[in-house]
Design a protein around this ligand. Structure first.
Ligand SMILES: *[C@@H]1O[C@H](CO)[C@@H](O)[C@H](O)[C@H]1NC(C)=O
Ligand SMILES: *[C@@H]1O[C@H](CO)[C@@H](O)[C@H](O)[C@H]1NC(C)=O
Length: 367
């Protein structure tokens, strides 16, 4: 009996020693490779390595803000929303570029940047200074529990469902973007994109495919008309009733794709368009996701950018955040053209590879 327990203890110890030494001997490249593989990591391994870094407790904080509450956002038919869901309460250089590119191409739109964490004067200093010249840019704070009040996810959020999530930041972000469009209507864009053309000529309600099998949730627009509201409330209800805390994509692109299969008269995402989807347009990948995430390093390696149909270039930050922006790369070209202020102010940050921890903690802040 004692022997058996001792053996068990020993094997556990041996296992821990192996894991710890793996960590100690891992070099940067190995760590990055592991980071890149997160999407495919079994969830228990992901939890072991990354859960402590994915903290959303700051989203519950009610105090410490200098920003107006997102509940005071102006209702407008011309709004673009960005949502920052880390606990930093600030923006990094590439995020500032994204916002600047939206602000420049949409001078008469409201560019709303929403933070789920408390933001201070200090944490916002540099990004505020950079974006100051663009008077169409507004920063707001989302108080998560209040924000969901009166929506289909009110009790889901209030009961702390996100606390059980294995990918809390991803899920927080998936939910907040749909909640935001449900409440205000407008365009939602991820913060890892460059806006190249005005979106005003697009349909009132649209989504964008990232591939032949999936509609992405990184760029989309739902208005508060009947169709838009039907879709956003269906997505919220889908999330509330079938939330999967162990899946990376189920509550995000998965939920949108499932709802569109109901709204549209086809199950095939390649056949979804305004005709088959009651007026909802579903754009081809070349307009918003012209490069597949598996090829996303294309943006950061020296070479020409011969794509010119895109409204938005989604650069897949989760897969590319750690990459140095090489001189003469497509991303550098895009930044020079579409976010010249961020590009000039943060040139050094743009062309310097962030450190390893920067990738994980996203601390290559511009503050
Ligand atoms: C969820 O987590 C937050 C922050 O850690 C905490 O304040 C809240 O009480 C938790 N809610 C539940 C229901 O566990
Ligand atoms: C867009 O790219 C195509 C193919 O590279 C080129 O023929 C065309 O002239 C370009 N159009 C513009 C407006 O740059």
């Amino acid at each position: 009996m004692f022997g058996k327990q001792f053996k068990k203890l020993l094997s556990r110890k041996v296992f821990s020693i192996i894991v710890v030494s793996l960590f100690m001997f891992m070099n940067k490249a190995m760590m990055i490779a592991m980071f890149m593989a997160i999407i495919d990591l079994p969830s228990n391994l992901y939890l072991m390595f990354f859960k402590p870094l994915e903290d959303i407790s700051c989203s519950y904080l009610e105090t410490g803000d200098v920003l107006p509450s997102a509940d005071t956002i102006k209702l407008s038919s011309k709004s673009i929303f960005f949502i920052e869901t880390s606990c930093r309460g600030g923006l990094d250089a590439r995020q500032a570029c994204t916002i600047e590119s939206a602000a420049r191409s949409h001078p008469d739109w409201d560019i709303n940047v929403l933070f789920t964490a408390p933001a201070t004067e200090e944490s916002l200093k540099t990004s505020k200074a950079l974006l100051e010249p663009f008077d169409n840019v507004q920063f707001y704070r989302i108080h998560m529990v209040k924000y969901a009040t009166g929506t289909p996810l009110e009790s889901f959020i209030a009961q702390g469902a996100l606390n059980r999530s294995q990918y809390p930041i991803v899920h927080l972000s998936d939910i907040m973007r749909i909640l935001t469009l449900y409440k205000w209507g407008g365009v939602y864009l991820d913060l890892d994109a460059v806006v190249a053309k005005p979106l005003g000529s697009l349909a009132k309600n649209w989504a964008a495919r990232e591939s032949d099998t999936s509609v992405c949730n990184a760029a989309m627009a739902f208005s508060i008309d009947d169709l838009g509201r039907r879709i956003t409330s269906d997505v919220l209800r889908d999330i509330g009733s079938s939330f999967r805390w162990d899946s990376w994509t189920y509550n995000g692109p998965g939920a949108i794709t499932r709802v569109l299969r109901n709204v549209c008269s086809t199950l095939e995402v390649t056949r979804m368009n305004a005709e088959t989807c009651n007026g909802l347009e579903v754009y081809d990948p070349e307009y918003f996701h012209p490069v597949h995430w598996m090829q996303a390093k294309f943006y950061f390696e020296t070479g020409p950018i011969d794509i010119n149909k895109s409204y938005v270039y989604h650069v897949w930050g989760r897969q590319t955040r750690h990459l140095r922006i090489q001189s003469g790369s497509p991303y550098e070209t895009l930044a020079k053209n579409f976010c010249p202020t961020a590009y000039n102010v943060h040139l050094q940050k743009f062309i310097t590879r962030p450190g390893l921890l920067d990738n994980i903690f996203m601390v290559n802040d511009i503050t």
